[in-house]
Design a protein around this ligand. Structure first.
Ligand code: ATP
Length: 371
């Protein structure tokens, strides 16, 4: 990605759409509503203001800086792992964070951390993007793979379980793999490219699922402060369309990758719902986040207690963490073992017993990296 302002003077305009494609738009003859000097180059998706590209660069980055400062996201000297998937959000995040770190002297020791899930034709391609970012932004890169950590690639998991439930494996293993990679690299924090749209979607999903525990933390800009390594979302207030605009307007990005496998259907519904709301009322995304922040959970509601997995020591509210249960199922040839929600004590006991019983069975060797 180019440095802010590097494309000053160009007049082409692009409107970012929800799926990331760009619609050419006739150049506006309006003046920028911020500087009132240059010609407007785009309509800001968040506010619908017509602004020039230089002012867009500035407001885009300064809003992220404000979110970082207001919520005391980092402390000088911290070592920060940028979860780098090679997709649009984390690529823009790597650029913006390294830029702000220099400009505002955050004093952070930044590096890129990628998880290679082992998805042929998808992650191997996007890892090439991350390797380019390593050189472009001068940030060291660490790659950890599912194969090394768990003994299985996603391609092998999909062969075992099919297309329907593979999202569960991918999400659970990726979350843990990021933590394990960050721990190996002695990171103090992990940052991810989750944006305002992602957070609003998650609020809706947690309401639909009645998942009080997740609802109470999904709007936090930093989570996991009681776990091994806190995770931060500097794009909490940044709209997806603005991230896409930031890429399109710099002309150095024309494509980005979508999930190679299926998008979880329920999340897909929440995404469509939010995009429809945004069309009617651009502020809807921020409003949903604010609503999520303002939910108060009754003090009589029983919340899951955080402990550690008996097998691997990773954080878990059950005896065994979800990753260990899923892995056990895979290794025993019962890949559906940990799929689905476990309701109530009986369900939890049943699932934990199934996974524990398996310890006597022959297990596939899993992983070369230590926890
Ligand atoms: N394989 C990975 N390696 C490292 N970090 C990842 C990986 N996959 C996702 N992440 C982190 O989690 C964030 C959310 O990922 P997700 O796939 O849900 O969304 P996304 O909108 O497609 O993000 P992106 O455009 O950055 O790929 C990413 O922005 C990135 O920071």
């Amino acid at each position: 990605m180019e440095a802010a302002g590097a494309t000053a003077g160009a007049t082409a305009t692009a409107t970012a759409t929800a799926d990331g494609s760009s619609k050419p738009r006739r150049s506006s003859s309006r003046q920028c509503s911020i500087c009132n000097e240059r010609k407007a180059a785009l309509k800001r998706p968040k506010t619908l203001e017509q602004i020039c590209r230089e002012c867009f660069y500035v407001v885009f980055e300064e809003e992220i800086h404000k979110a970082i400062v207001d919520s005391h996201l980092f402390r000088p000297g911290e070592r920060v792992a940028i979860g780098a998937s090679g997709g649009k959000d984390s690529t823009v995040l790597a650029y913006v964070l390294s830029h702000l770190n220099r400009r505002h002297n955050y004093g952070l020791d930044l590096f890129l951390l990628s998880v290679d899930e082992g998805i042929t034709g998808y992650r191997d391609d996007s890892l090439e993007t991350v390797k380019r970012n390593e050189v472009q932004y001068g940030l060291p890169l660490k790659i950890v793979s599912y194969k090394d950590l768990y003994g299985w690639t996603m391609d092998e998991i999909v062969k075992a379980i099919g297309m329907k439930n593979n999202c569960t494996f991918c999400g659970v293993f990726r979350r843990q793999a990021l933590d394990r990679g960050a721990a190996l690299m002695k990171a103090d924090k992990i940052v991810t490219g989750h944006n305002a749209d992602d957070i609003a979607e998650t609020v809706i999903l947690n309401i639909l699922r009645g998942d009080i525990a997740r609802l109470s933390r999904c709007t936090l800009i930093t989570t996991g402060e009681d776990g091994p390594i806190p995770r931060c979302k500097p794009f909490k207030y940044t709209y997806e369309k603005e991230i896409v605009s930031r890429m399109l307007i710099s002309k150095s990005w024309t494509t980005f990758l979508q999930n190679a496998f299926t998008l979880n259907a329920y999340r897909g519904f929440a995404r469509e719902f939010i995009k429809d709301l945004e069309k009617i009322r651009p502020r809807a995304i921020l409003d949903i986040i604010t609503s999520g922040e303002n939910f108060r959970i009754s003090t009589s509601t029983k919340m899951p207690e955080q402990g550690t997995c008996e097998r691997c020591g990773y954080i878990s509210s059950q005896k065994l963490c979800k990753a260990c249960v899923l892995l056990e199922g895979l290794n025993r040839g019962m890949p559906k073992l940990g799929i689905g929600r476990v309701r109530g004590e009986d369900g939890r006991r049943r699932q934990s017993k199934q996974a524990n019983d398996a310890s006597s069975l022959h297990r596939k060797q899993s992983g070369t990296l230590e926890f």
